[in-house]
Design a protein around this ligand. Structure first.
Ligand code: NI
Ligand code: MN
Length: 226
């Protein structure tokens, strides 16, 4: 499965011939100025919560690519009022089989409102099951014991977790989360974008490797096969 990182918590997963784009925030990211948004072709856009650093480019990219939004009911409805007609609303604990695989909406400990301050439903993460492997994107979240349920529920090939701290878990807590999930390969997200979430890359990676796990911190624009 090919993962491409677009900065902050935005990435694509190319799976079963489809491109899944997560939490599009590129034009407002000072570190992602070299990313050409018009080159991102998504079949689906998955949105974890309503905060601007996760949703800013969703409407524009959905319009350009004709992608289907997968998010909670509130976010799908909010985007439909902006002319995004293709949306699949879900809520926590629910799952649905799409043409690329199965999505289960997971719990996240965070807050969620739209950039205008209105209610955006509850924040979530996504568990994605496909023929090319399973992965978990937690969204913005604290470390939570709920993650143990994921480890008991499914074998996860890799997980994408926030590591920047302050607004979410930091790398230390993401390492504990990796244990809860039962997954040794973690792609770090939600770091370095703002002063509050700047991290020491070498130190964070070293903590993971001492525990027999791997923390992958991609460069913005970089792709990996995982
Ligand atoms: Ni947030
Ligand atoms: Mn965020």
């Amino acid at each position: 499965m090919k993962i491409t990182y677009y900065g902050h918590s935005c990435f694509t997963a190319a799976v079963n011939g489809k491109t899944l784009l997560f939490d599009p925030f590129i034009s407002g990211n000072p570190l992602a100025g070299h990313i050409d948004k018009s080159k991102i072709k998504a079949d689906y856009i998955l949105i974890s919560h309503g905060h601007e650093d996760h949703i800013a480019d969703a409407a524009a990219l959905a319009k350009e690519s004709g992608a289907t939004i997968i998010s909670n009911f509130e976010i799908v409805t909010w985007l439909s009022r902006q002319g995004i007609s293709k949306g699949h609303p879900m809520n926590h604990g629910g799952s649905w089989s799409f043409d690329f695989g199965k999505v289960k909406m997971m719990n996240a400990i965070h807050s969620s409102s739209f950039p205008d301050g209105s209610y955006a439903g509850n924040p979530c993460g996504f568990l994605i099951e496909t023929l090319e492997g399973n992965f978990y994107y937690s969204g913005d979240t604290a470390l939570t014991y709920d993650m143990k349920l994921i480890g008991e529920y499914k074998k996860i090939n890799f997980a994408l977790l926030p590591v920047g701290g302050n607004f979410t878990m930091n790398a230390d807590n993401a390492l504990i989360a990796a244990g809860f999930i039962g997954c040794d390969k973690i792609v770090g997200l939600h770091f370095d974008t703002f002063g509050y979430i700047t991290i020491n890359h070498a130190e964070a990676k070293e903590k993971f490797s001492r525990d027999g796990k791997e923390l992958i911190l991609l460069k913005i624009g970089e792709s990996i096969n995982i």
